[in-house]
Design a binder for this molecule. Structure first.
Ligand code: F6R
Length: 586
């Protein structure tokens, strides 16, 4: 989703900002822009496309000045055009802003400002912030008062950074991430620590309803009521520096390959929290689990694990649906919230609804400084390091590993949890992916893929279809095997590929029967299994593991297949079109 960055310091701002924006590309975007302050004026350059492309055409990094702001935009209001790209200057050009989030009352604010003579050039909601700041600045000529008045007028969720005509930076936050980096040669302000990680690891996390004013004299933080606020400086984890692809062609492949290690590490930095959470769960009156996208698929796996091994009923709810059934939570309910980023707006809304009803929140999250971690009673860290590829891979298996650990604790070892063995099995699958690469070539011109699984393998079929959709843009659908004959069989013909998630467990023979029915209609069958069968046109062998552990092993070949099919189709596996890594708008 949109990334924002600001810099004020001793060095030229534009090259630092462009580099920071490149680091944050993984968040997803469609256009980019930079503004700097120099010779008492604000200069703006922007355009549609990747940072590298726009930089080539308009030379963002050659803007001069030691103060600047930058932005990558993921369109919500207004088409993907140069005019809608940020930064947006005010109509007189004395202020320019970059913004992440949605201003819900932008239409009325715009009308009002237009009547007062402020002109607009874009279709965005964001431009009202620039003109609103300008309006209050025209009245007060005081930056602090202009910020206080502006945030009082704005509705919605936002983080924005503004540069003023005297070279001061100011930034405010309401339900969108924003942090300040304190470097030796300057200050940074960004939506993501990756925006400035190569310059400093000293960070101040702004709270909701706070703003900062940064000038050459230093930084001052205030709440929205204008009271000064003091924050401790936090040192961010060194692991954030680990954001290079190394020998890998893409982050996605690197992150898939890290899984033998990341499943072992999952939760290890928060062992006490894991124990505490287990205790809470044991005594919960009612238990829910929520997430979006991949995280929701992990929640579906949890349902099977909890009921089969811990004999505990847990209800998975898609985060974006919680809004429509808020009455399910009660005092002493527990909601487990799964999220890689900890910033998905849908997840945060679900958590807030549950909290209002008196539920306790246990989060399982990768970014321990995220809004979700802050909202939770207990937060367990995925500990899988930064996930840059937009499609979730290692965060999914880390979520599963933690859920397995919790269930195994509750049922005192009945799961037969052996993550070392699973790690070895994943290593084996990764060590020879030539067969998967061969199948990926076949998928290049395919328009529909179905993925079938039964029982606990059905959520893995759903997760497989999500990976294939995101990375290859091929229509893919996950189905419970038994539903085939209730409709989808009508779609099977010789142009269709069907992936069977079919390990050698209690679902095996039923799934094999489905495979035969599919094959009889001419579709091509790819079997993901530890057991060969003549029904498979392509057999992708997975190592044998204990029955309970298959989900962690069987997702790996599908992640690889989606990755290699994307490479075949020449789509960008790290940054799929239209998607954002951190979906901070509803
Ligand atoms: C899928 C994917 C998304 C995310 C979803 C939730 O590959 O990346 O579906 O899983 O947007 O994100 P988090 O887990 O950050 O809340």
């Amino acid at each position: 989703m949109c990334s924002i960055i600001g810099y004020l310091g001793l060095n030229q701002a534009a090259p630092i900002i462009v580099k920071g924006l490149k680091r944050m590309e993984y968040r997803g975007y469609d256009s980019v822009g930079v503004a700097t302050f120099t010779n008492k004026q604000i200069l703006v350059r922007k355009g549609v496309g990747k940072v590298i492309e726009v930089n080539k055409t308009v030379r963002l990094d050659e803007l001069s000045g030691t103060v600047g702001i930058g932005h990558t935009r993921w369109a919500t209001h207004g088409m993907v055009t140069d005019a809608n790209a940020h930064p947006h200057p005010s109509s007189s050009g004395e202020v320019a802003i970059v913004h992440n989030g949605i201003i819900t009352n932008h239409e009325e604010l715009k009308k009002d400002l237009q009547q007062k003579g402020y002109a607009f050039k874009s279709q965005t909601d964001s431009e009202v912030i620039a003109n609103l700041l300008q309006y209050h600045y025209d009245k007060t000529r005081n930056i602090k008062q202009s910020m206080v008045n502006t945030v009082a007028d704005l509705r919605g969720d936002y983080a924005f950074v503004a540069v003023f005509e005297d070279g001061t930076l100011s930034a405010a936050r309401l339900h969108e991430p924003l942090l300040i980096g304190i470097g030796k040669e300057g200050y940074f302000i960004s939506s993501d620590v990756l925006g400035f990680v190569e310059h400093t690891d000293e960070v101040i996390y702004l709270d909701n309803r706070e703003f900062v004013i940064i000038s050459s004299g230093g930084i001052q933080i205030f709440d929205f009521d204008s009271n000064p606020v003091h924050h401790q400086i936090t040192k961010v984890s060194k692991e954030f520096a680990d954001v290079y692809k190394g020998e890998f062609a893409h982050f996605t492949l690197k992150e898939i390959s890290e899984q033998p290690r990341t499943i072992i590490n999952a939760g290890n930095n928060t062992k006490l929290e894991l124990d505490l959470a287990t205790d809470f769960i044991r005594h919960a009156k009612t238990l829910y689990i929520t997430g979006s996208g991949t995280s929701y698929n992990a929640a579906l796996v949890a349902k099977f694990l909890f009921s089969k091994y811990a004999k505990i009923k847990i209800e998975p709810i898609i985060s974006s649906e919680v809004h429509f059934s808020p009455d399910i939570f009660e005092q002493q309910s527990i909601l487990i919230a799964l999220s890689q980023s900890g910033e998905s707006a849908d997840v945060l809304e679900a958590v807030n609804i549950a909290k209002k009803a008196g539920a306790k929140i246990i989060s399982i999250v990768n970014i321990m400084t995220s809004s979700l971690a802050q909202l939770s009673s207990i937060s367990i860290g995925l500990g899988c390091g930064p996930e840059i590829g937009v499609a979730a891979t290692k965060s999914f298996t880390a979520q599963l590993a933690i859920l397995y650990k919790i269930v195994d604790k509750i049922c005192e070892g009945a799961v037969g949890l052996d993550l070392t063995k699973v790690s070895e099995a994943i290593k084996k699958s990764l060590s020879d992916d030539s067969k998967i690469q061969e199948i990926a070539k076949k998928l290049k011109n395919v328009s529909d893929i179905y993925i079938l699984g039964r029982g606990i393998h059905y959520p893995i079929a759903l997760e497989s279809s999500l990976k294939l959709k995101e990375l290859t843009y091929i229509h893919a659908e996950g189905l419970p095997g038994g539903e085939l004959k209730h409709g989808p069989l009508a779609l099977m013909d010789s142009n269709t590929y069907v992936i069977m998630i079919n390990p050698d467990d209690s679902t095996y023979s039923d799934t094999l029967t489905s495979a035969r029915e599919i094959k009889a209609r001419g579709a091509k069958v790819i079997g993901i299994s530890d057991k060969p069968s003549d029904v498979y046109d392509y057999w992708v062998e997975i190592p044998k593991v204990d029955e309970s552990m298959y989900p962690l092993v069987e997702i790996i070949p599908v992640q690889l297949l989606a990755y290699y099919a994307a490479v075949e189709k020449e789509t960008d596996p790290d940054y799929p079109r239209n998607l954002a890594k951190s979906v901070t708008v509803k």
